[in-house]
Design a protein around this ligand. Structure first.
Ligand SMILES: Cc1ncc(COP(=O)(O)O)c(C=O)c1O
Length: 423
């Protein structure tokens, strides 16, 4: 039966990011906790939270029940001219826990749309104020999603080359290091004195898909401060870092200054349903509070503020904010930190680091540094054979497990990494 389904899958389904071409798709039958059960009887440990969405383990009953209950009363709502309790409650709860004093939450569908919304808010903010500030800044090596605005932010990173001529212009800030910071700031100041920069979009503390690289926090802060002093809006993309991944609820909590706009998705529903959210400060919201219809934020999606997604997100927050979950995050963070220290001396690595629940390392590149390095496929296969789901990004290898991972499961993954590196 499975064989037929796999053949039918091959025939009919176009999968995303199908980069490991020599790998047969595995047929998932069910999942529970960090376990993924395949039709051929394997139990694979999800050490990457299935693209960083899962927080409390797969199929957590509290979230499943909340969705079921919601589905029995209101499963979809047109979110213009109507509203509903799960969305209102979720927005209020997010505003309570988000860094900075955010004023309102705008819902969309995924990480890319959360970023698109943030970008459009920032661009239209200056338009509404009648100011010619249109330029967008981003960090080299960033990733913000796969829609055209989000792709433009990453520029000609490997995914985007075919679309190069259709992306809007973004000015890049080199990844800041102690060696280049003076030159980076000099270059940035030259941009800022033109007074036409609208916004900086950034991943706080750590770049995700671009290579799981940690920023030197004070250096990233220096850049944000320069931007803020020059009236550039700060858009924090917390799609990957949000909801506890980095050891705090949001990575922006570590940093000064705080953002004007925050983009969220992935962990927001604990890995159950798609949902994006973009929160903005009062200053931004005020620029759209007008009777002039052309200055309204005329953006939306059919599933904006979907009640099932919002119910899942509320149930997810119930779990995330418990002491038990927060203790788990700290327990994982401690273990990853110790393991990163062990790895720092490993000759197979360029570097190793950790931030909260994320462990990250850079394998010495073989063919080409970055996403297309052939090691990712080899490493992916190696770990899969050991029943561990790790999904290296080129030569970047990382662990980012759900917070219910046990010490033994984490230790097993860490030991398997050591065995891989020692090969
Ligand atoms: C920082 C960041 N922003 C945006 C996105 C895009 O999110 P989605 O895949 O839900 O569109 C991702 C996805 O990995 C991400 O890591």
């Amino acid at each position: 039966m499975t064989k037929t389904l796999l053949a039918r899958d091959k025939q009919a389904v176009w999968h995303p990011f199908d980069i490991f071409q020599n790998t047969e798709n595995l047929f998932l039958e069910r999942s529970e906790g960090i376990n993924l059960y395949t039709s051929d009887g394997r139990v694979i440990k999800d050490m990457v939270s299935s693209w960083w969405v899962n927080l409390h383990g797969h199929n957590h009953p509290h979230i499943a029940k909340a969705i079921q209950k919601q589905a029995e009363t209101l499963s979809h709502a047109i979110f213009s001219g109507f509203t509903h309790e799960p969305a209102v409650r979720l927005a209020e709860r997010l505003l309570e826990i988000l860094p900075n004093k955010m004023d309102k939450v705008f819902f969309s569908d995924n990480g890319s749309t959360a970023v698109e919304v943030g970008l459009k808010m920032a661009i239209q903010y200056w338009y509404n104020l009648g100011k010619k500030k249109t330029k967008i800044l981003a960090f080299e090596g960033c990733y913000h999603g796969d829609t055209f605005g989000a792709m433009s932010l990453a520029g000609t990173e490997p995914f985007n080359q075919p679309f190069e001529h259709h992306l809007f212009h973004v000015t890049y800030i080199p990844f800041p290091t102690k060696e280049n910071i003076a030159a980076v700031k000099y270059q940035l100041i030259k941009e800022l004195v033109t007074h036409n920069v609208a916004a900086l979009v950034y991943e706080p503390m750590i770049q995700g898909v671009g290579g799981m690289r940690l920023f030197d926090q004070p250096l990233q802060e220096e850049i944000l401060q320069l931007c803020q002093h020059n009236d550039v809006l700060l858009i924090a993309d917390e799609v990957m870092t949000g909801f506890g991944r980095t050891g705090k609820l949001f990575a922006s909590e570590y940093m000064e200054p705080k953002p004007d706009i925050i983009c969220l998705s992935k962990g927001i529903t604990g890995g159950f349903l798609p949902l994006g959210a973009t929160a903005a400060t009062e200053r931004i919201v005020a620029a759209f509070t007008t009777k002039d219809k052309r200055k309204l934020f005329l953006h939306g999606h059919s599933y904006t503020g979907n009640p099932l997604s919002c119910a899942a997100a509320n149930a997810n927050l119930d779990l995330l904010l418990t002491t038990e979950c927060q203790n788990n995050i700290q327990r994982i963070a401690e273990s990853q930190k110790l393991f990163a220290q062990t790895l720092q001396k490993n000759p197979s690595l360029e570097w190793a680091d950790s931030l909260g629940t994320i462990l990250t390392m850079s394998l010495i590149p073989q063919q080409s540094k970055g996403y297309f390095d052939s090691q990712s496929e080899h490493a992916y296969q190696y770990f899969l054979q050991k029943n561990l789901l790790l999904r290296p990004l080129g030569n970047a290898l990382y662990l980012s497990p759900p917070y219910c991972v046990t010490d033994a499961e984490l230790q097993n993954a860490q030991e398997t990494i050591l065995a891989y590196l020692g090969k």
